[in-house]
Design a protein around this ligand. Structure first.
Ligand code: TYM
Length: 333
């Protein structure tokens, strides 16, 4: 059976190494598998759940698209489009928000983190955002959803919503219950400044993350300043979880070199941190620099980028409008 893949990335600027290793790198691998049909979405409706500057948003949509292409996504093999261009996403989200329960959404830890102390001031969109995410996935009958670890709970909610809809409307198997594809290792890349916090676009410190548009000197500087500890490089994985910064840097090295963490630990055992950091910088520059150069080139070709989004919209809209039509019939519209 062929795999139907759906995933999305928010165009909120500063796409970073966590987005790349946790998601985009896998998007490319899945696209290149023989039996897969992939749909990758720039989720601009999700981005506006927090305040956006309209001009910046426009720029970030293009930059996210350029990042997809520069990382190896091929619009001839995958459907790549902008969420707001396909109206079925908003319609589906509304219908499913009448199926999802408050109690389920109240459990979402990401909302609690993002809303912070003053939940009263958070937008309703931020609260309901996992329902929109469920609509995204379910409209395309996705069987598998590649995401980083932070999206796991949202995927579980999506599965609950699909099952509830099928039950409530006595339409078994109408909404396909998707499987999350979360890598066993390195599915949560941490901040370079604090190994207990995930690497994030919203961290006020740019030193906490490696952006996919960073220049060579910036990458070297950020890795040089990355937090470590006073002990020497570990000789084994034992107790590594008590040294989260070191574990994270070793994990980044292992992931970028497609190596087992065990082998990376062995390679640097007994060496000093500065030597490890030099090696890590070289590897990150080697992998990220070609992507950032390509992003810059692509951003100069506005017509090429707009055409990709238009073609992607046409293909995505065809699939999603068929599904939403059936969904409306099922609920009695
Ligand atoms: P977003 O835009 O926050 O992140 C995009 C992808 O990057 C992953 N990611 C990470 N992985 C590892 N380490 C990190 N530090 C890290 N930070 C981010 C995320 O897990 C994600 O896979 N709600 C989603 C977007 C979305 C979506 C969807 C995803 C909307 N609709 C449907 C899948 C299917 C989000 O905000 O991702």
């Amino acid at each position: 059976m062929s795999k139907k893949i759906f995933s999305g990335v928010q165009p909120s600027g500063n796409l970073h190494l966590g987005n790349y290793l946790g998601a985009i790198k896998n998007f490319v691998e899945l696209q290149n598998e023989k039996d897969s049909e992939c749909v990758y979405c720039i989720v601009d409706l999700h981005a506006i759940t927090v305040k956006q500057n309209p001009n910046e948003l426009k720029k970030n949509i293009k930059e996210t698209l350029a990042t997809f292409i520069a990382s190896g996504l091929d619009p001839k093999k995958s459907i790549i489009f902008n969420q707001s261009s396909v109206s079925a996403h908003s319609e589906g989200a509304w219908i499913l928000s009448c199926v999802a329960r408050m109690g389920w959404l109240n459990r979402m830890t990401q909302f609690k983190e993002k809303a912070g102390k003053d939940k009263e001031k958070a937008s309703i969109g931020l609260y309901a955002y996992p329902v929109l995410m469920a609509a995204d996935i379910l409209l395309y009958d996705a069987t598998h959803v590649p995401v980083g670890n932070d999206q796991k709970q949202h995927l579980e909610l999506c599965r609950d919503i699909a099952q509830r809809f099928n039950n409530d409307f006595n339409s078994p198997d109408f909404l396909k219950v998707p499987e999350p594809l979360i890598q066993k290792h390195f599915s949560r890349i941490m901040s370079l400044k604090d190994g207990t916090k995930k690497m994030s676009k919203s961290d006020p410190s740019d030193l906490s993350r490696i952006n996919l548009t960073d220049e060579k000197d910036e990458i070297i500087n950020k890795i040089k300043k990355a937090k470590t500890d006073t002990m020497s490089m570990p000789g084994s994985g034992e107790n590594l979880s008590k040294r989260p910064e070191v574990e994270n840097l070793l994990g980044i090295y292992a992931s970028l070199s497609s190596q087992d963490l065990k082998d990376t630990i062995k390679q640097f055992s007994g060496k000093n941190f500065s030597e490890f950091k030099e090696n890590l910088s070289e590897l990150v520059v080697e992998k990220i620099n070609p992507i950032s150069n390509e992003i810059k080139k692509l951003l100069d070709d506005e017509t090429y980028l707009s055409n990709i989004l238009f073609e992607g919209f046409q293909k995505a809209d065809k699939i999603a409008s068929k599904k939403i039509k059936l969904m409306k019939e099922i609920i009695g519209f």
